[in-house]
Design a protein around this ligand. Structure first.
Ligand SMILES: [Zn+2]
Length: 265
């Protein structure tokens, strides 16, 4: 029998190393914030060490916009889309966050929405089989101006927690779409017709895809992408949006928002 006293001390366990790394990260962050205090991206209040991107109040407002899980499936007629889900209702403070992402290049703001999006995407992808997740592309002009496609960044942010791979190169938008803001649902469908092109048409036939986009208004854009994929032989095309526009009063209370989220879906 070996003399246990002669054995070398055990290596620290993995969990011990993880705790050590977290503590180092915590103290480093505390030191950085001592000299460079972080502020909430919405109300600009100084953030506590436990808070990130949003203060507790704004984070609570954002959480209040999340559809209850059983109501995330959007009701409505989307001709070429088989299922449509949305994580949040499109209202403040999510509007400001997405505005910050699109127009000031703060793509890290998407992290504030990541957890709930992962939870819904995991539920959807475990109920249905997909061959790939396809972020809706933006046209080249927008890409040159913005330097990134926010939906692609978001897809890559949540992708590691999902089984189907994210494939941003399947679809391209080969012409800009004129503003849709004042158009009816029918006019929007005409406006986006032919805007997309499938780059890997040989890999589409018989496959199922989950499209991803930031905001769902009428669904015309995602519906057009789905039409093209199905024209190339796709078996099923579903759509998951980070946010969906709904009629929420501007000066609404949390109770009013909750009422809207449980009745409109
Ligand atoms: Zn705040």
């Amino acid at each position: 029998m070996k003399n246990e006293k002669c054995l070398p001390p055990p290596f620290p366990s993995a969990s011990y190393s993880v705790i050590q790394c977290r503590m180092i990260g915590y103290y480093t962050e505390a030191l950085i914030r001592l000299f460079y205090p972080a502020s909430c991206e919405i109300c600009h209040a100084t953030l506590d060490l436990e808070e990130n991107i949003l203060c507790q109040n704004c984070a609570s407002d954002l959480n209040g916009l999340a559809w209850p899980m059983e109501k995330t499936l959007a009701d409505g007629h989307f001709e070429h889309l088989d299922h449509v889900w949305a994580v949040y209702a499109y209202a403040s403070p999510l509007k400001e966050l997405l505005h910050g992402v699109k127009y000031t290049g703060k793509d890290y703001l998407l992290k504030a929405c990541r957890q709930k999006a992962i939870r819904l995407a995991q539920a959807v992808t475990s109920d249905f089989w997909y061959d790939a997740i396809l972020p809706i592309p933006i046209d080249r002009l927008k890409l040159v101006k913005r330097h990134f496609n926010q939906t692609e960044i978001f897809a890559e942010m949540i992708g590691p927690w999902l089984t189907p791979p994210v494939k941003p190169s399947f679809l391209i938008k080969h012409r800009p779409i004129p503003s849709q803001a004042s158009l009816s649902q029918h006019e929007r469908a005409i406006n986006v017709y032919g805007a997309f092109k499938v780059l890997r048409s040989a890999k589409v036939a018989g496959k199922s895809f989950l499209l991803l986009d930031d905001v769902l208004t009428t669904g015309a854009t995602a519906n057009e992408a789905a039409r093209l994929l199905k024209l190339n032989g796709a078996k099923r095309v579903d759509f998951l949006a980070l946010a969906r526009t709904v009629p929420i009063p501007i000066n609404r209370s949390k109770a009013e928002i909750g009422a809207v989220l449980t009745t409109v879906y």
